[in-house]
Design a protein around this ligand. Structure first.
Ligand SMILES: [Zn+2]
Length: 441
């Protein structure tokens, strides 16, 4: 072989190594790449157009440009908002027992039908189960749902089963409640006290006792509004920093004073570190309270639904609907996303959630923000008009697509072989995850 031929081969090899190998022979780096969306990730102070890459169920990269050829699946999400999977810390999802008129039964809903379609990937059940029935709840709901279900354990051992149970001080036991929390540290994020009708402080005090023992917050639905135990004392003395007051804009427990201004004890509680959560529900959100609070700059720490059969078709529709209400009252989308992701994740001490940091579980929502003429109703059926509406286009849970409203991850049917079957790939798809089957003859 003469010198010129050797030179030619050497040059050819150089060209191949330089250009062809990185493109043609390189391994894919990512399972799923969401390209060109406006990413809102409040934990990381990020609000701008970025690509988000996912590998093995975790966020692998967030950058201004990531090469589509490095991913098994690339999805164009330009014009849409990409946020951490929404975290709804007040829901009721202990369906399955068949008990009537009970939140440990028929008043609850199965989570998966209400979560992914609105971008929610994590919920915390707000006290449907106590220590006596938590393991049944875990067996029948938590372990069988694709939604990540966490729980506030009710201070009442029997859970949220109606007044006969919930007013029984004898069933509010510290030791067995604390034991159950320690046994299921990964699932139980707090202690719930709710619906108490009596004059005593006992339910709150017992809940705080467990919370302090285990190192978790309590969530308070303060029940009947009794002069013997006013909310002003609850916020400024009884609750600890990090404890969560839910239903904060209901107005039925002196959230407003007689002049219609926000009760100064709310702000005093917030200064102490008490958390104020929306918990909209069927009877816990009124425009006069919410609009006054926002006017005075008192934004909720977290936005939550209080989803149950009595709220799901009433003033409260779903998580996005409650978020839209705050857009309608003038909060920015970044503010609303903060209160639906990173804030609630911190409140329940799950800092691995509610953000898109590299290494975080890849729970992601892709949302469309529309402008138009929309209306939003409160617990009394009064309307407030707004111009912004959110729709969930895509939900990713643990790195896999679990909801895709308009098929933006899917191929057009008429580009597929005749007799096509499942189109997905299990590396990114949990909707139709079976491998492609060769077309039938
Ligand atoms: Zn509730």
């Amino acid at each position: 072989m003469n010198k010129r031929i050797i030179c030619f081969y050497a040059l050819a090899m150089l060209i191949i190594l330089t250009f062809v190998t990185p493109l043609g022979l390189s391994q894919t780096q990512y399972d799923l790449l969401l390209q060109g969306g406006h990413v809102i990730d409040p934990k990381n102070n990020l609000s701008g157009v970025r690509d988000v890459a996912i590998l093995n169920g975790r966020i692998a990269a967030v950058a201004e440009h990531l090469d589509a050829s490095t991913a098994v699946k690339t999805v164009d999400v330009s014009g849409l908002y990409v946020t951490p999977g929404l975290v709804d810390i007040h829901v009721h999802v202990y369906a399955s027992t068949g008990e009537r008129n009970s939140y440990a039964g028929d008043n609850s809903v199965f989570p998966d039908g209400f979560t992914f379609r609105v971008g929610v990937t994590t919920v915390a059940d707000a006290g449907c189960a106590g220590w006596r029935n938590f393991e049944d709840f875990r067996e029948h709901i938590i372990s069988r749902s694709r939604t990540r279900v966490l729980a506030f354990l009710n201070i009442v051992g029997a859970g949220m089963r109606g007044p006969n149970f919930e007013n029984n001080l004898a069933d509010m036991e510290v030791a067995p409640t604390a034991d159950m929390c320690l046994r299921y540290k990964d699932l139980i994020v707090g202690i719930k006290t709710a619906h108490y009708a009596g004059p005593e402080w006992t339910p709150v005090e017992r809940a705080v006792e467990v919370g302090s023992k285990v190192g978790i917050p309590i969530m308070v639905d303060f029940g009947a509004n009794r002069p013997e135990r006013p909310t002003s004392i609850l916020w400024t003395e009884k609750m600890r920093p990090g404890d969560i007051y839910t239903h904060c804009f209901s107005g039925i427990r002196n959230e407003l004073d007689d002049s219609g201004r926000l009760n100064p004890a709310m702000s005093a509680g917030r200064k102490r570190g008490v958390i104020f959560d929306v918990g909209h529900g069927g009877g816990s959100f009124a425009w006069p309270v919410a609009t006054e609070a926002i006017k005075e700059g008192f934004h909720p720490d977290s936005i939550s639904t209080d989803l149950h059969i009595g709220s799901m078709n009433a003033g409260m529709k779903d998580m996005l609907n409650v978020m839209e209400k705050f857009l309608a009252m003038g909060l920015s989308l970044d503010d609303v996303i903060l209160r639906s992701t990173w804030n609630p994740a911190r409140e329940i001490q799950h800092q691995e959630l509610g953000n898109l940091s590299v290494g975080a579980p890849a729970d992601v929502a892709v949302l469309r923000l529309e402008n138009g003429d929309f209306g939003f109703t409160d617990m009394y059926g009064a309307r407030l008009r707004g111009t912004k509406k959110l729709t969930c286009e895509l939900t990713v849970r643990n790195g896999k697509v679990v909801y895709d409203l308009n098929g933006i991850t899917r191929p057009d049917w008429n580009t597929l072989p005749k007799g096509y079957r499942q189109t997905g790939d299990p590396r990114w798809d949990a909707v139709t995850p079976r491998p492609v089957i060769p077309p039938s003859k």
